[in-house]
Write a protein of this length. Sequence first.
Length: 504
Amino acid sequence: METNKFRRLPLLAASSITFLSLTVPESAAQTTLQSSITKDGITWTFDKAVPAGQFVNGDYYVVGPVNVTAISPTPGTSAPYMNGSVLNLPTPDGKSGFDQRLNDGTDESWWFNSSDRVYAPIALKPGDALVSSISLSAAQYRNVPEVMRSGDMSISPVGSVSILTVLSSAATSDAFRPSYCDRSQTLYHANSLQRQLLPSLTPPNPSMTPPLSTFENWFRQPWIDMNPFLFDAPAFYMPSYGQHIAFADSYVGLLLELNFPPDQKVNLTNYFVQYGIDLFGCVQAGYGWPAFGGHRSGRKMPIIFAGILLNNTSMKNVSTLYPDQFGEDMQTLYINNLPPAGTYTQAWQGATVIYGGHYGVHTNGTPVSPGLYGPYEQLQPSQWPLLNGNEQLGEAYRRCCTSVSWVGEALAMRILSAQSIWNYPAFFDYVDRWMFEDDTQAVAQIKAQTGFDYSADWERQGQTEYWLQGEFPQYTFIDDMWHAYRGTTFQRPNPPANLNATAK
């Protein structure tokens, strides 16, 4: 395959960046006595008035111990067990207790366990986090548009969740809510955020730049990520597919790097940092997102983002401390790391950084599951394993559900000069390959060798927009940012030598 040339712009010329600082007011611990608390439609009632306060993201805490005597909406006590409350995620069995109607087109109710639910009266102590949900009505279920992809409907029967945290003492008003998975209740503070690290870039296409409010509305409430396939994600504001989580992260990261006035960035920054804190607490508790097709993208970037702004070493080193827990890294690798050592120097079409397959690879490059679920680009297309004899599982998912959603994440991290903090260079080089490599002849060769056709615009490399077109109003935003602050796609001249060589 003849190589095409592209031009790559300098990442960010120094003159193009403006950093703006924002002074955040001093905070103080404040509580009031409350006999009940209502948050986003959930009401918790106590046996007596208790000291209560709010975290910086708006979620409530009480100073415990306390006794919850009622929850509204009332949790169901029989099938389909709607409006569930769960104490201290993750559950011991890893299942969901919010709503039994789990179904992604196939009955998935076996992921539900009614024993994981709690009912009033509930005695809560410091360290506890009570997560209460509001279920969708029968008419709403499967009729709520998917976040970031409005043409799809969320698979979740849960509409929203709210979290009541029990502390041992009052928190300052700038405190973030501890992760719902964190029983030690580590408190991070908004006044510690290094907001000056966020640049103030010019939007390359203002008409295709979404408002901050879109994502403030989605990230304001808790994103509960305790089901491996998001069967019970809060449908009103959280995606039910990992690819869409990665898209949402991408948009937030890039928006916060634009030249909105600093005070306008405060809320979304706080909400996104809260999401990173939640995810970090969950991975510390033993819950991760190892590669599985398109399901496990989008969880590392919020943790790294929060770690950078909080200057938290553990968050910034999350993938070193907790290896093999993040889909993006497990599904990208340098081909010369693929065992047996020294066997491969380039992929079938000449690439040196490749897709790791459905289940990806371990940190050392060893496939989690060789064959159908592992790397395949070291082979000619005619040798690629098939699922049920009729699906190129690896290449199909490489093009439909993974690569396209990583572009914005990688760009947002590059703009923050955070590649070394991310600590997995193959991810960034793979995204460069996706955006810079001309796959015209590769697509033709795949079709010639196997009959599989990946020529549709939405399946092609060099873009993200076609997957989002018709699904999200500002569907070119990631591509616009890439072209402005990373470089041009494969249609332009001069590819780097390490991305592509002449295919065999």
